[in-house]
Design a protein around this ligand. Structure first.
Ligand code: GLC
Length: 534
């Protein structure tokens, strides 16, 4: 494929949630040795890079997103040798490794915070966001924590509040402080020097807060079923203009190296999202485009989102798409098993780097977690609204043996294994040409073979109802993608032009090779890739 494109532009990224991917130590919790043991699978699947959620030292209040040592590996996940071994084995297989970097907040047990809270006069006091009480003695303003409750925690000993966007065990760093910037940028270099190919930056849009601590306004669209955090619009706590200076500093570090990249996590509408590409190459390489995860599964809305995004990308910006992650409901449960196959075709034929979430390629669904097995602090803080993330973090299903081959049969995995693991697992699906896994493999292989799909242009085709259609093209090779996002059959018959070609891939195997001249009938829950001759 053309060398004009970098690995993260041509490639496919696969997110590994290390607690749940593969247990290499036999304690019921996944780890780095487990990831290394499954690299052959990832190579067989055909992905180009893995993004691994945090495995650093942490008290695990938020399962590793509360870091107490940015340069140390939690013994539960392995040793420095395990890490080096994983990097070298991944690179031998031409799989790049992207780490999760969590710069917005530390753990309350990080030595910096321990010092910071020790006294008002401590030199690290303003490495975090401390503020005096409001005149009534309450919190300095109305800011809320994403995970429920207020965002300010009172510190009895020093009689001030500190700000935490997430748990109170996750105090936010003060990124306006040059010493904080220096330490954190050096941490990036530490991992890049160890051979890491990229960083996924956690909650990058949160990194700077309003320095006047202004109240967030009420959200007029808030409904009781929504998270309490969403009762306010976080306009003074997220997406502040100065965050772009921080992003530029981080980008500067990546640019000290060859072909390293940075993904930024952000839940923002298109017009805000694209600002993170930055001016003059100073931004995030890929501001994660999480829109398909949070929007209704509706053909017209998705078409509008794709076209708006395509139209809003600044010159030189590389698009990307994500359909699932460790924070949101499982794709197969959200859209249903039939549509999950259509979604796979969408993700792997859109223009822009796809990120797959582990297990989606075998159609893993949300697993009901009994109350006594709940792990996620969000569910514990705000129960009953379906915000808990455990159902999307259950052990990967490798085979039909007890515990699905994730951990030894006589060990209890940290979260329950889905009860359909005997049929729904990598081994069984790899032997079934009609399985979800076989569909993903065919799609990935086609995308890797066809520059038109990996890096080609995108053009929408106007279609009504539940159909979504577009053409990808590169160097004279053209593919028409027609997806039925509904359950009823539809006819694809655009007025504006006549397409001719042959189906080369579909959600259902029986369409392969079918000739297309003009109209095309598309069954419910069906997606087709047509190689065009005109
Ligand atoms: C990000 C992570 C999420 C974590 C939160 C706080 O949104 O993806 O898992 O809980 O940041 O670090």
């Amino acid at each position: 494929m053309s060398n004009k494109y970098l690995w993260w532009q041509r490639g496919i990224i696969y997110q590994v949630y290390p607690r749940s991917f593969m247990d290499g130590y036999g304690d019921g919790i996944g780890d780095l040795r487990g990831v290394a043991a499954r690299l052959d699978y990832l190579q067989w699947l055909g992905v180009d890079a893995i993004w691994i959620s945090p495995f650093y030292q942490s008290p695990m209040a938020d399962f590793g997103y509360d870091v107490s040592d940015y340069k140390g590996i939690h013994p539960m996940f392995g040793t420095d040798e395990d890490f080096d071994d994983l990097i070298s084995k991944a690179h031998e297989r031409e799989i790049r490794v992207i780490l999760d970097f969590v710069p917005n907040h530390t753990s309350e047990e990080h030595p910096w915070f321990v010092e910071s809270r020790s006294s008002r006069g401590n030199p690290k006091r303003d490495w975090y966001l401390w503020a005096d009480p409001a005149p009534d003695g309450g919190p300095p303003n109305n800011w809320l924590s994403v995970f429920g409750g207020g965002a300010w925690e009172w510190d009895e000993a020093t009689e001030q509040y500190y700000y935490h966007a997430y748990l109170k065990e996750q105090p936010d760093l003060n990124w306006r402080k040059p010493e904080v910037q220096k330490e954190m940028l050096d941490t990036m270099r530490f991992w890049l020097d160890r051979g890491v190919d990229g960083l996924r930056v956690d909650v990058i849009w949160h990194m700077i807060k309003d320095d006047q601590l202004r109240d967030n306004p009420p959200n007029p669209d808030h409904e009781p079923s929504m998270s309490p955090f969403e009762s306010l619009l976080p306009v003074y706590t997220t997406d502040r203009p100065e965050v772009h200076d921080v992003v530029a500093m981080m980008r500067g570090v990546l640019d000290e190296y060859d072909e390293r990249m940075m993904i930024g996590e952000m839940y923002l509408p298109t017009e805000r999202l694209v600002t993170y590409y930055g001016k003059n190459g100073e931004g995030v390489h890929m501001p994660h485009n999480l829109q398909l995860i949070v929007m209704p599964w509706d053909a017209r809305r998705i078409a509008a989102t794709i076209d708006t995004y395509e139209g809003a990308l600044p010159p030189g910006a590389w698009p990307n798409w994500v359909l699932g992650n460790h924070d949101k409901p499982r794709l197969a449960t959200r859209v249903g098993p039939g549509q999950a196959r259509v979604a796979a075709v969408l993700l792997l034929t859109l223009r822009g780097t796809p990120t797959l979430y582990y297990g989606d390629e075998i159609g893993m669904h949300a697993v009901d977690i009994p109350p006594d097995k709940v792990q996620d602090p969000w569910e514990k803080n705000v129960p009953g609204l379906g915000l808990g993330r455990d159902p999307s973090r259950t052990p990967m299903q490798w085979d039909g043996t007890p515990n699905a081959g994730f951990c030894p049969a006589d060990v209890e995995p940290w979260l329950p294994v889905a009860d359909d693991y005997e049929e729904n697992n990598v081994q069984a699906e790899s032997e079934d040409p009609e399985s979800m896994l076989s569909l993903y493999r065919r799609l990935i292989s086609l995308r890797r073979d066809e520059p038109a799909l990996a890096v080609g242009s995108y053009a929408p085709v106007v279609t009504p109802g539940d159909l979504l259609a577009y053409v990808r093209e590169n160097d004279g090779r053209k593919f028409l993608i027609v997806l039925n996002l509904g359950h009823e059959a539809q006819t694809f018959d655009p007025d504006e032009r006549v397409f001719r070609g042959r189906v080369i891939l579909g959600t259902h195997l029986d369409r392969d090779g079918e000739a297309l001249a003009g109209a095309l009938s598309v069954r419910g829950d069906e997606g087709l890739v047509v190689e065009l001759t005109s």
